[in-house]
Design a protein around this ligand. Structure first.
Ligand code: MV4
Length: 472
């Protein structure tokens, strides 16, 4: 009988790194492209990585490229990526010192952060008090008001009864919008144009909020017609240093799902840019913010802007900011969480060139219906100025269980014209077969005069989709 072949694992010394790794081992409590994105940042910093995965993600790329992997449950998110005991157990059995949550899932769950803290695990993000306060939109607005941040005119806190809603609407002036305090990102909102509609819309908003968020608290604002969505990336360390990394234009959305983001915005002057970014730093300082965060503003046609909400996590669209500033936001997050100071000052942050990101979703491009399935052919574009953040690969199966975004295609150029030209040829050379994707929709948008001119608000997608329907 041949002797059992002893597996010999070569102890290859970790590659010498310019800096001491912020952590020895980090668990990534996410999946897909953002999980892989965090793994890449960890690799560059010499940090060992632990991937957690559901049974549906057994063959996924973030599992393949992590140093260790732990199956945390079946496909449904509630039983896997949202399963706090399983995620914590995976960190404990692997000895991960820190957890990066990515975006979505547990990334803004204050209770999860408290559990991490109780277990001596470092959460790569802000503290639970900040997450809880900014997650309560009415409380976030009150905090910002006290800090002198401009707000949309609206109710003074929560609106508890229909009569209060009617009185507020009279005082604000129609149209008004009723928003769920535990909502955000467009969830739990109702627009109302007159007093007759208000009682029913008010009740609908509250009952929907109760179902969606377990909290039916609502507040009201003047509804701003055709605003632009401008958001500012900020980073803070544990020593009170807070720096903005410029703004992102995120007005191309469909049903509150961002489709295209860019930095800088083509709609604002340098003077307005400086005011909005300074206000974002002021807002972050008001809550003692640290790690990566984004302040969302609505911008009206007169150039006035208003605080909308603050996101206490890294965002899907962070790459456009990375491309124009040259700052690796995820690496900075890891360093900050390990107690290091920001590696840059505000004077070091320079926006150079222009970046545009198209979210490639596995959906019918015209109907937006999810199209899960197997990738039978794949070619990602490359060449000057192109970045692709994805966890897709040839023969990968896109499960129906999770959100449909399968890749982010980012084009960078010296100016918006060059970035647009690169995005067009990148979309022309992107091949994804086996599932439908939104790439053809993006290619059409890249040729639309409104998009090329930069003259679009958050309403633009509605009109564009109506144009497409009329053409068919
Ligand atoms: C608004 C608004 C107009 N007026 N609030 C949508 C998502 C959430 N971040 C807040 N949103 C809005 N709040 C007032 N007072 C319009 C929107 C809105 C929107 C904002 C940004 C980007 C896309 C949007 C699409 C629809 C509605």
């Amino acid at each position: 009988m041949t002797a059992a072949i002893k597996r010999k694992t070569l102890k290859v010394p970790a590659a010498p790194h310019a800096e001491e790794p912020p952590f020895k081992k980090v668990l990534i409590a996410n999946r897909g492209e953002i999980a892989l994105r965090v793994i890449l940042a960890c690799k560059e910093l010499g940090i060992q990585t632990v991937a957690v995965y559901s049974e549906a993600d057994r063959n996924s790329l973030h599992v393949r490229f992590a140093d260790e992997e732990v199956c945390i449950g079946p496909a449904p998110s509630a039983k896997s990526y949202l399963n706090i005991p399983q995620v914590i157990a995976a960190a404990e059995v692997t000895g991960a010192e820190a957890i990066h949550p990515g975006y979505g899932f547990l990334s803004e769950n204050a209770y999860f952060v408290e559990v991490c803290q109780a277990c001596g695990i470092n959460f790569i993000g802000p503290n639970p008090e900040i997450i809880r306060k900014m997650g309560n939109k009415a409380q976030a607005k009150a905090t910002m008001q006290a800090a002198g941040i401009p707000l949309m005119p609206g109710s003074d806190g929560l609106v508890e009864t229909v009569d209060e809603a009617l009185a507020n609407a009279e005082q604000i002036g129609y149209p008004v919008i009723v928003k769920a305090s535990a909502g955000g990102g467009g969830r739990g909102m109702r627009i109302c144009n007159n007093a007759e509609e208000l009682p029913e819309l008010y009740h609908t908003a509250r009952s929907e909020a109760k179902i969606a968020f377990g909290d039916d608290a609502v507040y009201m604002e003047k509804y701003l017609l055709e605003p632009r969505h401008i958001e500012v990336q900020i980073m803070g360390d544990l020593y009170g240093n807070i720096v903005h990394l410029g703004e992102r234009e995120c007005s191309i959305q469909r049903r509150h799902q961002k489709l295209i983001e860019e930095s800088p915005s083509g709609a604002i002057t340098q003077e307005l840019r400086e005011r909005i970014c300074a206000m974002a730093v002021k807002a972050a300082r008001a809550v003692g913010y640290y790690n990566a965060g984004t302040i969302e503003f609505l911008l009206d046609k007169r150039g006035d802007f208003f605080f909308m909400e603050m996101n206490t996590r890294v965002q899907v669209e962070h790459p456009v900011t990375e491309m124009v500033t040259g700052i690796d936001i995820v690496k900075e997050q890891l360093r900050i969480a390990a107690g290091q100071r920001l590696t840059f000052t505000q004077a070091d942050v320079v926006q150079r060139g222009h970046a545009i990101e198209c979210r490639i979703n596995a959906e019918d491009p015209w109907k937006f219906t999810p199209c899960p399935g197997r990738i039978t052919a794949l070619n990602f574009p490359g060449g000057p100025g192109i970045r692709v953040d994805t966890a897709m690969y040839q023969d990968a199966v896109i499960p129906p269980t999770y959100d449909s975004m399968v890749a982010k295609l980012i084009a960078y150029g010296n100016n918006r014209t060059e970035a647009l030209a690169r995005m067009r040829r990148a979309l022309d050379t992107l091949v994804i077969e086996g599932v439908k994707t939104t790439a053809p929709l993006h290619r059409k948008i890249m040729d639309h005069p409104d998009f090329i001119s930069g003259g679009f608000s958050t309403k633009w997608m509605e009109t564009f989709m109506a144009e497409l329907d009329a053409e068919r």
